[in-house]
Design a protein around this ligand. Structure first.
Ligand SMILES: NC(=O)c1ccc[n+]([C@@H]2O[C@H](COP(=O)([O-])OP(=O)(O)OC[C@H]3O[C@@H](n4cnc5c(N)ncnc54)[C@H](OP(=O)(O)O)[C@@H]3O)[C@@H](O)[C@H]2O)c1
Length: 339
């Protein structure tokens, strides 16, 4: 049985779900994969919790610890480098919410882990958009793995397909419907709703954030596209290289015209390598029934890779919620240790 120490940074929606999932699946993972996953320390902004036994975290998750007592469990004096002792190898799980332009605080957190010989897996897009090149280099130099499935589509296993299943091919294009909120809005508009009605329906169902601008401005799609294409196509593009069209620009007329032609308007992220270089965009496109992503409706997501030797390969589905993201983190950890 291989013991795997876990240090978790971020105890919000995804972090809590990750802890729940690991506790729930601990026995199955022991039996099926021969891995004994153990939480050592959990960090949030208010401090850290040394995990000596599982009961305090189970109490926090179940809400059975009174808030005053719970607050006292988090020690503000302990810093991350102190618990990432060099030599005591394990995996750092990063679930903070970082700035997409600076990558912080996630970038420094992952940098610290890798520099101390710890593998890292993350659900946080910021550090990957701002510092993927640097983090990849450090990981490779130290023989470590940086798992990023949780950030690049989460439960949709697109990154694994691009990196492993299509190894040896030349991926000439990656295109995807990558954001559940905007796809839900466009699907509802295709059924007759206005943009405002569709957005309100998405908010009422908890699909869209109270402030949906990151999604409807096309940024989330562009960022996920970058993470997938940079990894799978070996590129080093930044957010500024992507031509982005916000979903707010879509008119009812455009949706109606597409519908009459048997097409659907989708926010399609696409990075394509052509004779004149690489073209990158996240734009509203009319897709016909022969397009592999035509049937990706509602909150579903999908990605198509075009390759030189394996043709076009499409992956669709996967849950779009904190549990799906937590499951993607767990999958990355298992794949680090079990090959
Ligand atoms: N929610 C989803 O469905 C989903 C899906 C895929 C990916 N993601 C990504 O996963 C990440 C986490 O999402 P979330 O919904 O769990 O966010 P969240 O609920 O806001 O949780 C963020 C957590 O990070 C902690 N944190 C922030 N800065 C920190 C720092 N410097 N040191 C230690 N802890 C720090 C926060 O501490 P406090 O508790 O003290 O505030 C909080 O516990 C985000 O990057 C998000 O984009 C989310």
């Amino acid at each position: 049985m291989k013991k795997v120490d876990i240090v978790l940074v971020g105890f919000g929606n995804v972090g809590r779900e990750f802890v729940r999932l690991v506790i729930e699946k601990q026995e199955v993972i022991r039996q099926r994969h021969g891995l004994d996953l153990r939480f050592r320390t959990i960090f949030r902004t208010t401090g850290s919790l040394m995990v000596k036994s599982q009961s305090p975290i189970e109490g926090i998750l179940a809400g059975t610890i009174p808030p005053g007592r719970e607050a006292a469990l988090w020690n503000p004096a302990v810093r991350l480098p102190q618990v990432l002792a060099p030599g005591a190898r394990g995996v750092l799980v990063e679930c903070a919410s970082s700035d997409i332009r600076t990558g912080e605080p996630g970038l420094e957190i992952i940098r610290t882990a890798l520099s101390r010989g710890w593998h890292a897996v993350t659900a946080d897009k910021g550090p990957l958009v701002a510092g993927l090149g640097e983090l990849r280099k450090t990981a490779a130099r130290k023989g470590l793995t940086l798992g990023s499935s949780g950030a690049a589509g989460a439960a949709l296993p697109a990154l694994d397909v691009g990196l492993r299943s299509l190894a040896g091919t030349e991926i000439t294009a990656v295109e995807g419907i990558l954001n559940g909120t905007t796809n839900y809005i466009l699907t509802r508009m295709g059924q007759g709703a206005s943009f405002d009605q569709a957005l309100r329906a998405a908010q009422a169902r908890g699909i869209a954030e109270p402030d949906p601008s990151y999604d409807v401005q096309g940024l989330d799609t562009a960022v996920k596209l970058l993470l997938l294409a940079n990894a799978a196509m070996g590129l080093c593009l930044g957010l500024g290289d992507i031509d982005i069209e916000p979903v707010t620009r879509v008119s009812r007329r455009r949706i109606e015209t597409a519908r009459r032609r048997g097409q659907k308007i989708k926010l399609l992220g696409k990075i394509q390598r052509g004779p004149r270089g690489v073209r990158a965009e996240a734009k509203l496109r009319a897709l016909g029934p022969s397009h592999p992503l035509f049937g990706v409706d509602g909150t579903d997501k999908g990605v198509t890779f075009t390759t030189d030797t394996m043709g076009a390969v499409t992956v669709t589905g996967g849950k779009s919620d904190p549990r799906g993201a937590a499951a993607a983190l767990l999958k990355d950890i298992i794949n680090i240790y079990v090959r």
